[in-house]
Design a protein around this ligand. Sequence first.
Ligand code: 13P
Length: 254
Amino acid sequence: MASRRKFVAGNWKMHGSLADASALATAVSQGVSGLDNIDVVVCPVNVHISAVASVTQSTSVKLGAQNAHPAESGAFTGETSMAMLGELGCQYAIVGHSERRQLFGETDKAVAEKVEAALQQGITPILCIGETLDEREAGHLEKVIHAQLGEVLARVGIDALSKVVVAYEPVWAIGTGKTASPQQAQEVHAMIRARLACDNADIAASVQILYGGSVKPDNAADLFSQADIDGGLIGGAALDADSFTAICQAASAL
Ligand code: 13P
């Protein structure tokens, strides 16, 4: 079995002041220092990235953005390009989060364009996929996951997936306190890896696949110890340095 590093990313969403972001970054950097066997990434809002970068640049914590526009530059009022985020020190960008898909109308095609744009700028996309409760209950889980992955594979090709992190985030588990059970999550992670393996088994075995949706310190170890779960994309619990650090410690201990 391929050995994949555990990976924990904090999606801070649209929370906190500039001072809060710096303080959280400082506390997280201290909390995770020495956890050298895992990747730790924090994703603040764009306007906080520079301040957080000045805290994290001398630490092992890496920076990610929460979203970006696929174009390199142009007349796109209010948007930020991958290149601009890269200049600020972002090595990662969350792409296709379900909040972007649901609240801002991002389609599978738009998400695939963003994945391509990130890769062109040397930024690792954290590609979010996942089904709604309605889709799951209607028996459409596999169809939805395959469609979301398929659009990206058609655009960038399987070889590019070696530079992509995938995050499975069931929409019904985000911010609800209702976590997918480790078995439910593992089943979908295996499904994702199997879909990638149809195109290239070696790449499928090496891709880091994160679980996201109500991950907390008390359920992280059970989730992350599943065969195909390589870490987590953390929302609410990432806003508390102690909780986030505990989740990172759980990943590091496995
Ligand atoms: P919660 O951890 O708050 O459920 O959020 C998950 C998420 O959306 C991470 O991107």
